[in-house]
Ligand binder design. Structure first.
Ligand SMILES: Cc1ncc(COP(=O)(O)O)c(C=O)c1O
Length: 379
């Protein structure tokens, strides 16, 4: 027994390390240091100091003139507070895709509204306006907003959603949590995550981008105790501000972004090339060529996600079903209303997150490709 354990330890020590599903890289201490020095010099640590103001201005500079950016402690809170600021009738339905991370639904519930889970387009993995316009009249009457989600950072069809909003008058908020790279239009209010797992990570954080100045002001007020121009709470609110330290990391992240974006795209291209001989592995349209994201989610043959994940795991290659079996399957949301979710259910059984990171190396890329080839061959 003792010998076996020693052998096991030796194997663990000398065997190949696992390929992790993600390896977040935030700005180094060296890159953040000059900003920390500015905090020391100013003696201003939170409550909309100079670094946060600069960070928000630089984020807003990525959008057309007139766009307001409001930073928030995380994207879930940003979604919640924006829904609250939209003054929607309490208890109304917010139509959202079932194929999303649970945060989308949590935000809806926290804002006093009810998720209505709709199916996604099987190719783009995203909600289409037809999923809302096609609802029965009795459901449509109760819909107070729509919350489309950018799937893993892919650009959502914002033109189609704008047309939907203009034609129906139903407010649309975009959950663009992973779409820092592609989101450059805030004609519809949109929320981006700055979580450590995202391409521009600051640990925890998020922001709302909108051209609606009144909405931005309300969301800002909700992040700071309901204060606006005075220390009297005008509305029931919370504290969801970002500190100067978070802004320091964000500014260092923005400094590095052009180079980091290139590194994400380069790593993605290497992975795509290594999988060229495996047509059963389907990338999202434009993944790693038109847009950069921090995860690699691929479509496999129907029902293959589970068996392939197990086979990869045995070969030391980690995977993750980032959105599980779909948001509607989480115990917290099983009681929520929904339509026919056949495509979401199919995606849940066929999509897996492969290992991906900004510094994914050639050996890891080869291990992923080999493991995937063997796993698919053994199906
Ligand atoms: C689609 C989606 N919405 C919202 C969130 C929540 O973001 P945060 O972790 O910043 O709260 C995530 C996080 O990954 C997400 O994937």
């Amino acid at each position: 027994m003792a010998v076996n354990q020693a052998l096991l330890r030796e194997a663990q020590a000398t065997g190949p390390t696992r390929v992790p599903v993600a390896r977040p890289r935030l700005p180094s201490a060296e890159a953040v240091f000059p900003y920390l020095q500015k905090i020391d010099d100013a003696g201003w640590y939170s409550n909309f100091g100079p670094l946060l103001t600069e960070f928000e201005a630089r984020l807003a500079g990525r959008f057309p003139a007139g766009t307001e950016v409001v930073t928030v402690t995380n994207a879930t809170q940003a979604l919640t507070l924006t829904l609250m600021a939209m003054d929607l009738p309490v208890g109304g339905y917010v139509v959202m895709p079932a194929w999303t991370f649970v945060a989308t639904a949590h935000a809806v519930v926290q804002a006093g509204l009810r998720p209505w889970f709709a199916d996604v387009d099987p190719d783009s993995w995203m909600l289409r306006p037809e999923a809302v316009t096609g609802l029965t009249a009795d459901v449509r009457e109760q819909v107070v907003a729509v919350l489309p989600v950018s799937a893993f950072g892919a650009p959502a069809d914002l033109a189609a959603w704008r047309a939907f909003r203009d034609e129906t008058g139903v407010p649309v908020l975009v959950d663009a949590a992973a779409a820092f790279d592609t989101l450059d239009d805030a004609a519809l209010p949109a929320v981006v995550s700055l979580h450590a797992t995202k391409v521009l990570g600051i640990g925890e954080g998020g922001f709302l981008a909108t051209r609606d100045a009144a909405l931005a002001l309300k969301v800002r007020q909700l992040t700071t105790f309901g204060f606006q121009d005075s220390r009297e709470s005008q509305v029931a609110a919370t504290n969801a501000k970002l500190s100067e330290y978070a802004a320091a990391v964000g500014l260092a992240g923005l400094d590095a972004w052009p180079a980091d974006r290139f590194r994400f795209l380069r790593a993605a291209q290497h992975l795509r090339i290594s999988l060229i001989g495996q047509p059963e592995v389907r990338f999202q349209d434009g993944w790693g060529s038109d847009w950069a994201t921090s995860v690699c989610t691929v479509g496999l043959p129907e029902g293959a996600a589970g068996p392939v994940a197990e086979a990869l795991h045995r070969q030391g290659v980690d995977t993750r079903q980032w959105w599980g079996l779909g948001c509607h399957m989480s115990p917290a949301f099983t009681g929520c209303a929904r339509g026919d979710l056949r495509y979401t259910d199919r995606l849940a059984g066929s999509v897996i997150g492969l290992p991906f990171s900004i510094d994914l190396d050639a050996a890891e890329t080869a291990r992923i490709a080999n493991a995937l080839q063997q796993a698919l061959a053994s199906l």
